[in-house]
Design a protein around this ligand. Structure first.
Ligand code: SAM
Length: 292
């Protein structure tokens, strides 16, 4: 089990042990094509990992965690929190901040968060982006067309569990050899000259669930991905694809038919949907598809 302090939308922390149980012993490297916070690669004991994501901000954050110790990262975060006057209940306790209804700490942090957001959008300091991700709504990392961080303030601050996640994530990353890129998944660069002892891991946006990065994922992308994986399979490469087949009464029919020719592990689990207004639990059929 590995948790990332980024709480990145769609991260694989909850099912990573199940996914890792599929990984063969003789793997020389992992190529994670939609890496996000790369929980799968970092939780594995494979040393060499190629990480790709079209979103440069998430890969910049991975570099930040790779190149700095947990102590350095936590110290930088605490300095920023202090400088901008955000709450830090880890040190101050919760007493100074009585919470009203469902607002959590958002009212206390709104002005300071907006000042930090403006500073980050001007200097692009990666440590500031980490702090923004801690205090942002649902820990979203979202940018507008001018590449400005544009998520509103959330309800929580840099609590003990996030500090612990920072430490375990840094430990997991530290000794890995990582190679990072930011290509669209269809780019030839990701598939040229790759050794057969590599395993490809695909965790794309899901057609039938919601996340900020799902906006640009349509049936066109889904079909291109499935065709691409078929080609890798025909060329003798091994792959794992994780996805959701059914959620909230919706079914991904494209994937449902395509996956029949491969090995499918159903990771049935309850999926928590949360929003400010409601919390409900729905059944989702989450799968890991592989060709070995
Ligand atoms: C489900 S998330 C991956 C989460 C990851 N497994 C983790 O543990 O955090 C899907 C990722 O695909 C990326 N993505 C979306 N479209 C892409 C594309 N066309 N090419 C490459 N990456 C893309 C998104 O930026 C997002 O980080």
């Amino acid at each position: 089990m590995l948790y990332s302090p980024l709480n990145y939308q769609g991260n694989k922390s909850r099912i990573v042990d199940c996914l890792l149980s599929l990984l063969p012993q003789d793997v020389s490297s992992i190529r994670e094509i939609f890496c996000g916070s790369a929980v799968f690669s970092f939780a594995s004991d494979v040393n060499k990992v190629f990480l790709n994501d079209i979103n440069i901000h998430i890969t910049d954050l991975i570099r930040f965690f790779h190149d700095n110790s947990a102590d350095e990262i936590i110290e930088q975060a605490d300095n920023i929190i202090r400088h901008y006057g955000l709450t830090n209940t880890f040190y101050e306790g919760k007493q100074p901040y009585p919470e009203h209804r469902h607002e959590g700490l958002s009212n206390y942090n709104k002005a300071a968060f907006n000042r930090l957001k403006a500073a980050y959008n001007s200097d692009k300091d990666i440590a500031k982006l980490f702090v923004l991700s801690i205090y942002s709504f649902n820990h979203y990392l979202r940018f507008n067309s001018n590449d400005e961080f544009n998520v509103p303030v959330g309800k929580v601050d840099f609590v003990k569990t996030l500090r612990e996640k920072t430490r375990s994530y840094c430990r997991a990353i530290r000794n890995k050899e990582i190679i990072i890129s930011n290509y669209d998944f269809r780019s030839d660069e990701l598939y040229c000259g790759v050794e057969k002892s590599t395993v490809y891991y695909f965790d794309p946006p899901y057609l039938i669930t919601q996340a900020p990065y799902n906006l640009f994922w349509t049936e066109r992308e889904e079909i291109d991905l499935l065709n691409l994986i078929d080609k890798l399979n025909a060329s003798g490469y091994r792959f794992i694809l994780s996805n959701v087949i059914e959620s909230n009464g919706k079914r991904n029919d494209l994937l449902y038919e395509w996956m029949e020719k491969y090995n499918v592990k159903h990771i049935h689990r309850q999926y928590l949907n949360s929003s400010y207004q409601k919390k409900n639990i729905s059944n989702a059929d989450e799968v890991a598809i592989s060709n070995f």
